[in-house]
Design a protein around this ligand. Sequence first.
Ligand code: ADP
Ligand code: MG
Length: 237
Amino acid sequence: MTEPVIELSGVHRQFVDGPAALRDVSLTVQPGEAVAILGPSGSGKSTMLNMIAGLDRPDSGTVTVAGVRVDKLGEAGAAKYRRNKIGMIFQFFNLLDDLTVLDNILLPAEMMGVGRGEARKRANSLLETLGIAKHARAYPGRLSGGERQRVAVARALMNRPPLLLADEPTGALDSASGEEVKGLLRELHADGQTIVVVTHDESLAASFATRIVRFRDGQIASDTRVQNGSPEPVVAR
Ligand code: ADP
Ligand code: MG
C-alpha cells in the first residue's frame, strides 16, 4: 500500500481556557483523496488544519505528513516543511498587495531556491491553467475576489506540494466566484492532487469532495466516502 499523505494519531489540543479544541483525533488521508472537513464554528476544524500545516503543535498525539513528523519540527523546520510539502489557501487570500500577481506566484519558488527561468516557466503555466495570465503584471488589489483566490491557488501549487490545504476558501467570495473555486478544486482533484478543505459550507463540500469528515466538539463525528453519489462509512485502518 502507498504511504498516506496525512496520518494524525490521537491528536489532542487544549488551549488555556475552555474545553479541548481537539480530542483524540485520528485521521488518515491517502494520496489523491479530496477531503472536506465540515462542522459548526468552533468545532476544531481550523485547529486541526493548523496541526497539519505545522502552524500549531498537539499536546499529545502525532502528526505525520508526506513522511515528515510535523509535530516534532521546530520553527525553522516547520517553515521549510510548509515551503516544500504543502500549499495553503485562505479565506482572505493572504496575497502580498505590493507585489504583482506574477511575483506573488514566484515567491515560494524563490524561497526554495528554484532558478529564475524554471520558476517563470512554472508560474506562466499556472497562470495559463488558472485563466489569470492576462493579470500577471497587475497588483492583487485590482482583481476580483475570485481572481485573487486563483492567484492564491497558483501560489499554493508553485512548488508542486503533495498536499493542498484550504481553510474556508469560498468564505469571502460572491457566489459566482465561489463556483469558480469549486470547479478549480474539482479539476485539481481530477489531476491527482490530494486536497483537504476546511469549511462550514455544505455546498462547497458536495462540489468536490470524495470524502466528508464531520467535526463536532473537537472530535470526528462521522467520516464517509462518497462513491458514485452514495455515501459509505470509512472503516478505520
Ligand atoms: P473551527 O475552525 O471549527 O471554527 P477552531 O479550530 O478555530 O474551530 O476552534 C476550536 C476551539 O478552539 C474554539 O473553542 C476556539 O475558541 C478555540 N481556539 C482556537 N484557536 C485558539 C487559540 N489560539 N487560543 C485559544 N483558543 C483557541
Ligand atoms: Mg475555522
